[in-house]
Design a protein around this ligand. Structure first.
Ligand code: AHG
Ligand code: MN
Ligand code: MN
Length: 308
């Protein structure tokens, strides 16, 4: 089994800049959440760098997070799904500052249907684009019935409930509700993106097996679907498609951060052939197929696709 992110973890909370980054993200969560009802329309902005429609909520979250994160001492650059280029935050990432890669609002197509979405962040110790080997921490905020944050910043993964609190230092209280979040050994759920006719034959074969074993839980937002896998065990994928062999999800601010979290929770994260965190990034918006969850299920997936 290849080394995982868990193997080179540092003690949680030991890096004040990483702590400050998660403080800033948690502090924006109630504000983003409060604005969602008013930002459910498509923005009149052009498409995002991935050529996708941009919701007003995407732009609002991006502006707020760019301001909050570039103000953190120790953050040198801000990369976002909504921006073609990195935003220079005034410190030298090749020295000792971090680069943050953010999906400000993952699953924003769920805005109209009032389903879950969230914010994803990867914290890298190298200028971007860079491979997931340079992640020092990663996590996501989930806007569900409850606003939670899932954070991997050292040895393991924790889940926090994030609540607005005007009397608190950052305007929020963060309560750790699961201090050591691990994938359940017994998988229960699966969720696969894309349309069935667009799936490759080897993937459809694999899905037929999984359908007999697990329950379908697909909500159209990676953070929501991954959180179900983390909670109940199983597998999430946005697979390679016939006409899109690189799938849909972006490496720097979707696949890598989720892969880091899932590995630290004891699971595996693959692009169908190799470990997500070892993929070299060429551009800020590279796409990769993403298969994450219980190691046994991911291993079986890689075997199925290799038989192609
Ligand atoms: P984003 O809203 O940041 O563009 O991400 C949407 C992604 C991901 O959250 C989800 O897994 C996938 O798009 C859903 O794609 P489909 O709508 O094709 O199912
Ligand atoms: Mn996304
Ligand atoms: Mn997004």
């Amino acid at each position: 089994m290849a080394p995982t992110a868990r193997d080179d973890a540092v003690s949680p909370g030991s890096d004040p800049v990483v702590e400050a980054i998660f403080d800033a993200i948690a502090a924006t969560a109630p504000t983003i959440r409060a604005e969602l009802p008013h930002r459910r329309v498509e923005s009149d902005a052009a498409e995002n760098p991935s050529g996708e429609t941009v919701m007003a909520g995407d732009l609002y979250a991006d502006e707020l997070l760019a301001e909050a994160l570039s103000a953190v001492e120790g953050v040198g650059s801000y990369v976002s799904e909504e921006r073609q280029e990195a935003l220079d935050a005034g410190e030298d990432v090749s020295e000792d500052a971090y680069a943050v890669a953010v999906d400000p609002l993952d699953g924003s197509s769920n805005l109209r249907s009032n389903n879950v979405m969230g914010t994803v962040v990867g914290i890298y110790d190298a200028p971007l684009p860079a491979s997931g080997q340079h992640l020092v921490a990663a996590g996501y905020v989930l806007f569900g019935p409850i606003t939670t944050a899932v954070i991997a910043d050292g040895d393991g993964v924790r889940e926090e409930v994030v609540e607005p609190d005007p009397d608190a230092e950052h305007g929020v209280t963060r309560s750790v509700v699961v201090p050591d979040l691990e994938l359940p050994a017994e998988p229960t759920v699966y969720g696969f993106g894309g349309r069935v006719p667009d799936w490759t034959d080897p993937f459809r074969e694999y899905v037929r097996e999984i359908e007999d074993e697990l329950k379908l839980r697909y909500g159209g937002s990676m953070v929501g679907d991954v959180n179900q896998v983390l909670t109940y065990g199983g597998i999430f994928a946005y697979p390679a498609l016939r006409d899109a062999p690189d799938g849909k999800l972006r490496l720097l601010f979707e696949a890598n951060p989720i892969a880091y979290v899932i590995e630290q929770a004891g699971g595996a994260a693959s692009d169908g052939a190799s470990r997500i965190l070892e993929i070299d990034a060429e551009g800020l918006h590279d796409r990769v197929p993403l298969y994450v969850g219980n190691t046994e299920l991911v291993d079986r997936l890689e075997t199925s696709l290799a038989d192609d």
